[in-house]
Design a protein around this ligand. Structure first.
Ligand code: SF4
Length: 378
């Protein structure tokens, strides 16, 4: 992955895992906007900082980037990345005094994938070995370097930059995911890499570029822009529901374990669809038959605890602390509903609830999203 100068090709290296598993997804997802997320923005900030620190450590001029995402944790994690990279460079110097070092290098793999390019965080070449390093700042999923198509694409692109100049025999790919202590390495020979490119990558890229091949749902759907409306994903998930129950009357432990496995994928899918449908109802006024938008439930809260304590004490209620001020429910019980309203009514508020999509049968009143301030319920 790259920093802030990143642009995406349709067949991006970071999406290669998906479009190689489901080639027609590359064209299908083009009709959906490429929305950024706070995680992606945080990742970009971490890459920018890591690039700066690595350049500084190698005495290359660089201006420190600024970002509101920077934090002590980011500082520490990017230090770990830089330490890893410097270790790799030092090791390369043991057998080759002057290794080639490229930081945030644009890598062109269009020989294999139409218009394909990406950005390599660090590429080091020395003594017959090409190293490709990628920083992953996320911590949601542990990413392995083993047979990782993104890394193999970067390796192929780096190889075409250097194979005229150096006799490269092996490629070593490194994923540094410091927030979950994941430092994953995978090494293959150049011959193996080129065989993969000819036999697996090129045919899949050709299918992807023409919209050909079979739709295939799986873990890779998570990052597909078509995932909410994709029929293949829906069919696969609905298939999971056709669980064949056998005698005896009670489920066995093995069956329960199997259902737990299915339920994770199903609940991820259901939650994606719900979030998508809610966002459309709120942002575009889309009506979903049998559903309506309501304000989500919220809890009352004190507007000013010091003033609450003062008012309660002034009215003769002294038993109002249990380490901290007692909650609204307990206070109401202590005073009785009417007294509570009289003494503290002006010091209690009920925040507006987030808009939520619920069945028509829900007792709450339907709201018009245009007339209220809202946030999508997550
Ligand atoms: S959601 Fe999954 S199955 Fe559907 S196009 Fe995307 S990757 Fe393919």
């Amino acid at each position: 992955m790259s920093g802030s100068n990143n642009a995406h090709s349709i067949y991006s290296a970071s999406g290669a895992h998906r479009w190689m598993a489901c080639p027609p997804s590359a064209l299908l997802e083009q009709q959906f906007p490429d929305e950024t997320s706070t995680y992606a923005e945080e990742g970009t900030a971490a890459h920018d900082l890591a690039e700066h620190k690595l350049k500084k450590a190698l005495k290359i001029r660089s201006k420190k980037p600024t970002s509101s995402y920077q934090s002590d944790e980011m500082d520490e994690m990017t230090d770990l990345y830089v330490e890893y990279c410097l270790g790799l460079i030092e090791k390369a110097k043991e057998s080759c005094p002057d290794p080639q070092i490229l930081i945030e290098q644009k890598l062109d793999f269009s020989d294999y994938v139409p218009d394909g390019f990406g950005t390599g965080d660090l590429v080091v070449v020395g003594n017959g070995i090409l190293h490709v390093v990628d920083l992953k700042y996320g911590r949601g999923i542990e990413i392995s370097a083993e047979k990782n198509p993104q890394m193999m694409l970067y390796a192929l692109a780096s190889l075409s930059l250097f194979d005229m100049l150096y006799d490269i025999k092996k490629v070593s790919m490194h994923i540094v995911q410091p927030r979950i202590d994941n430092f994953s390495t995978y090494e293959i020979t150049v011959d193996e890499l080129l065989t993969w490119a000819e036999e697996e990558l090129k045919p899949k890229a050709l299918l992807a570029s023409t919209g050909g091949g079979e739709f295939c749902a799986g873990d890779h759907c998570r990052f597909c822009r078509a995932k909410n409306q994709c029929r293949a994903r829906a069919v696969k998930n609905l298939e999971l529901l056709k669980y064949e129950f056998q005698d005896p009357a009670l489920l066995t432990d093995d069956e329960i374990a199997e259902i737990i496995g299915l339920s994770q994928e199903l609940s991820k899918w259901a939650s994606d669809i719900y979030t998508y449908a809610t966002a459309l109802a709120i942002n575009e006024g889309r009506h979903w038959e049998g559903f309506k938008l309501v304000e989500g439930r919220t809890n009352r809260k004190y507007t000013n605890e010091v003033a609450v304590a003062k008012a309660a004490k002034a009215a003769g209620y002294n038993d109002i602390f249990k380490e901290t001020l007692i909650g609204i429910g307990e206070m109401e019980k202590l005073m009785g509903k009417n007294k509570f309203k009289e003494i503290l009514g002006g010091l209690v508020e009920k925040p507006k609830g987030k808009l939520t999509l619920v069945p028509e049968t829900d007792k709450r009143e339907a709201v018009d999203p245009i007339s209220v301030e809202f946030q999508v319920e997550e």
